[in-house]
Ligand binder design. Structure first.
Ligand code: NI
Length: 401
């Protein structure tokens, strides 16, 4: 069968699966689980896919899952990845399928990602005999935390035999029926840091007998905020944001310890590598000038998400056929948010894209991580179709090489 006919069969199957996928999504939405606790979600996915003939692989120590559609054990895989975790947010949508877990909510749409991957897996099973390669569905835990689930899945062999990978994220800034793509860097690296300033305590009236950690910290805050504007090429966007500052015990005591934490975002690996040293220089210089000591700890989180050109070509080409040329949107600029799909893309080619879910009539245009965030479920089959078609195209393209 030619590949367009396989895709047509896949799309018809997907249309027939829509109600089931909505039910799966709502089940997950009602029972959200925080990063590292995705047990119910894992068993839900496993239960559905195992009956359909998927080979399921589970792991010690986390709730990730691999579901393999084996066409021929000697052939490679194309992978489709979904994340499963929710956020510590109290849902306020008032929808009938709202979270039943107090203080936990799928406010980033990972419930939709999981349901889309389940639906794609069910649909792919219907065209199994026509596929040249195997398909792997990666259901990963812990996307929302630094050092997240992608690293665990990779360590446990999720990419073994995988030649290309695709993933998506629901996106309330595009309308339902739209697909957003971006060549090259799509999302920023996301690192964190912690700085401790050690001064010397003294009576507030006798500052010369102490070392004021609050003053030194404020000098550091100033210097850190000058790094981006004065030391980084303005053509390379970067962010250094301080998120917390703690210190001091009483109004009349010179403070001897301040702790600062924050995040660093870049879209250029060269810039990213330089920033920790510049930050430590700033802290060191200020501490030295005032007789204070410091601890500087920089934690490299997810790298920049860099899409592979040919894989984006495939997304654009297939999306145009599915939603129409005018609905395939070039996102142009990267966003400074992070995403651990970047870790897979460091190792295998692939593409990440945005699935529009905004529908004002359904109140689904609220930003992610907001207590009123929700998606338009009419977008679910669109996501499944683009992922499925992209996987089939990638098999053909890589098979030719
Ligand atoms: Ni997310």
């Amino acid at each position: 069968m030619d590949k367009e006919k396989i895709k047509q069969k896949l799309f018809t199957t997907i249309d027939g699966l829509k109600d089931k996928v909505i039910r799966v999504r709502r089940d997950i939405h009602k029972h959200p689980e925080l990063s590292g606790h995705e047990e119910h979600t894992k068993y839900l996915v496993k239960g559905i896919l195992e009956i359909e003939g998927y080979e399921i692989k589970e792991f010690e120590g986390h709730h990730g899952l691999l579901a393999d559609l084996i066409v021929n054990p000697d052939k490679p895989f194309v992978a489709i990845r979904a994340d499963m975790d929710a956020l510590p947010i109290q849902e306020q949508t008032g929808k009938p399928y709202a979270s039943e877990v107090k203080g936990v909510m799928h406010a980033c749409g990972h419930d939709a990602h999981t349901a889309i991957a389940v639906g794609s897996a069910l649909a792919m099973m219907q065209v199994k005999d026509q596929l040249p390669w195997n398909v792997r569905f990666i259901f990963q835990p812990s996307e929302e935390v630094n050092e997240g689930g992608a690293s665990q899945m990779i360590e446990d062999g999720a990419l073994e035999g995988v030649k290309a990978i695709f993933g998506l994220h629901v996106y309330p800034y595009l309308m339902t029926g739209q697909i957003g793509y971006k060549y090259g860097v799509m999302m920023a690296s996301a690192d964190t840091f912690e700085i401790e300033i050690f001064g010397k305590s003294a009576h507030g009236a006798r500052p010369h007998e102490g070392v004021d950690a609050i003053l030194v910290a404020s000098m550091c805050v100033n210097s850190l905020n000058h790094i981006i504007s004065r030391r980084i090429d303005p053509l390379h966007p970067a962010v250094i944001s301080l998120g917390t500052i703690e210190g001091g015990t009483a109004p009349n005591v010179i403070c001897d310890h301040v702790r600062l934490t924050g995040t660093v975002r870049t879209v250029n690996e060269g810039v990213r590598k330089k920033i920790p040293e510049m930050m430590e220089d700033a802290v060191k210089g200020n501490c030295h000038s005032m007789g204070a000591n410091y601890n500087f700890h920089y934690n490299f989180g997810n790298p920049e998400l860099i899409n592979t050109d040919w894989a984006v070509d495939i997304i654009v080409q297939e999306a145009k056929k599915i939603v129409g040329e005018e609905n395939v949107i070039d996102l142009k600029d990267p966003v400074m948010g992070g995403e651990d799909f970047s870790r897979y893309l460091q190792l295998v080619p692939g593409a990440f894209f945005r699935l529009g879910v905004c529908n004002p009539k359904k109140n689904t245009c609220v930003s992610q991580h907001h207590p009123k965030f929700d998606i338009d479920e009419d977008a679910l089959p669109i996501g499944m179709k683009v992922l499925g078609a992209a996987a089939i195209e990638a098999m053909e393209r890589l098979g030719e090489k």
